[in-house]
Design a protein around this ligand. Structure first.
Ligand code: PLP
Length: 431
């Protein structure tokens, strides 16, 4: 088991399946939606990753969002290396937590205080508990196709792997828990209003991805987030933005800064940890102070605020704070998206490129995707063919139609040009 380089992927996958359910620790990694054998990755640098057979790929997964600076960014690596020498976990307060919290609260408009956790799942789960405690209500509302991690009650009609594997929810989630979740179509303000009119007095919160990323990238239609804000306020419920993907990704202040709509609670993760396990949820002090130890709402974590993760997060946010970083991301992502759209058109393959900043999806669809129903109409067979043709050409895309792809600051002219050339060949092979 020690040496893996040079081993064929099938063998590695068989070994993995012997000890790990499905051979993976997160279902979408298993390539089930596209078929074939997942690539076992050994190394990443900048915009590239190398598999265990030594093949290089331009990477648009970016660890599913965290790696906005690319793989092994020297400043992140140095911060983690330095911290490892000083100690990897104390279970006591560190100044690092205050330093990262300060950066978060400076940038994310709605956050006066944050609590760090170790994953996005923990962030949303804890935010919901807080919302229920603050409002004294039990119902939560989510939008179809949005994914908020795998906590009970949030898997109902979720996106990401739940959508990819076409499962409606999950066995093991008690009916009584699922029954406390209401689901509305994404981008449908009228449906949300109807629900609030009917059950508004029992609703603790509406949790939503302000830009959906987990059915592929679906931006909010004009006025949707504003309506959500007005309705929750009118009915005494909280608005929770799940910015686990969008936080620090689409704008320094997240989607809430981009669209100018402030939620009551914000969930963060991914970019915040610069590739180490981190999540966070934050909001006004008045709400956040309801958490233990100041308040009665219990929430805790052995590795929460972990020093390695804090250092990686601080280093990442400091690089992102430099002038021109988001402009560069925008330029690279625009060039890629426009280039791809052009090549799809030239090849006569119906596809719609949807993008906000450096997050994007190529939907194999005739029409723009605005919600779960239109995402579900995409040609997933075509997507799978394209995915494999791109992989053959050395481009690593998310292995599902219903996921966001990511451009990092490490994706330069060269990588984008190589990707467009690869797409041209892949599309020719598809025809
Ligand atoms: N929320 C959103 C929007 C996500 O995209 C994800 C993960 O993809 C999560 C929450 C859950 O985060 P984690 O996988 O870190 O638990």
């Amino acid at each position: 088991m020690a040496r893996v380089s040079g081993y064929p992927m099938e063998r590695l996958y068989a070994q993995a399946r012997r000890y790990l359910p499905g051979g993976v620790n997160s279902p979408v990694r298993a390539f089930r939606a596209v078929g074939g054998t997942p690539r076992f990755l050994e190394r990443g640098e900048g915009a590239a990753v190398w598999d265990a057979e030594g093949r290089r790929y331009v990477d648009y997964v970016g660890s599913w969002g965290p790696l906005i600076l690319g793989h092994a960014h020297p400043e992140v690596v140095e911060a983690v290396r330095d911290q490892a020498r000083r100690g990897t976990s104390f279970g006591a307060p560190t100044v690092l937590e205050t330093e990262l919290a300060h950066r978060v609260c400076e940038r994310i408009p709605s956050c006066e205080k944050v609590r760090f956790v170790s994953s996005g799942t923990e962030a949303t789960m804890s935010a919901l508990r807080l919302a229920r405690a603050v409002t004294g209500r039990e119902l939560i509302v989510k939008a179809e196709g949005c994914y908020h991690g795998h906590a009970d009650g949030l898997l109902v009609k979720a996106g990401s792997g739940v959508m990819t594997l076409a499962i409606p929810g999950s066995p093991g989630v008690p009916e009584a828990v699922a029954a406390r979740t209401r689901v509305v179509p994404y981008n449908d303000a009228a449906a949300l209003e109807e629900l609030f009119d009917r059950e508004g007095r029992e609703i603790a919160c509406f949790i939503v991805e302000p830009i959906a990323g987990n059915m592929g990238v679906v931006p909010p239609v004009e006025g949707y987030l504003e309506t959500a804000r007005a309705l929750t306020r009118r009915h005494g419920a909280l608005l929770v933005f799940d910015e686990v993907i969008t936080g620090f990704r689409v704008h320094p202040g997240g989607a809430q800064a981009l669209y100018g709509v402030q939620p009551d609670l914000t969930c963060l993760g991914k970019v915040l940890g610069g590739g180490l396990p981190v999540g966070a949820f934050g909001g006004p002090a008045e709400i956040m102070d309801r958490l233990a130890p100041d308040g009665p709402v219990y929430q805790a974590g052995t590795l929460s605020g972990n020093p390695l993760a804090m250092r990686a997060g601080i280093a990442t946010l400091d690089v992102l704070a430099r002038e021109g970083v988001y402009d560069k991301l925008e330029r690279s992502a625009r060039r890629l998206a426009e280039g791809l759209q052009e090549r799809f058109a030239r090849a006569g393959v119906p596809a719609v490129l949807q993008r906000v900043g450096s997050m994007w999806t190529a939907f194999f669809s005739e029409a723009p995707v605005t919600d779960y129903a239109s995402a579900a109409r995409c040609d997933v067979r075509r997507f799978a063919q394209f995915f494999h043709a791109m992989l053959e050409q050395g481009v690593y895309l998310p292995p599902s139609q219903f996921e966001a792809a990511f451009v990092s600051t490490a994706h330069g002219e060269e990588e984008i040009a190589a990707t467009l050339a690869a797409a041209e060949r892949a599309l020719a092979a598809l025809a």
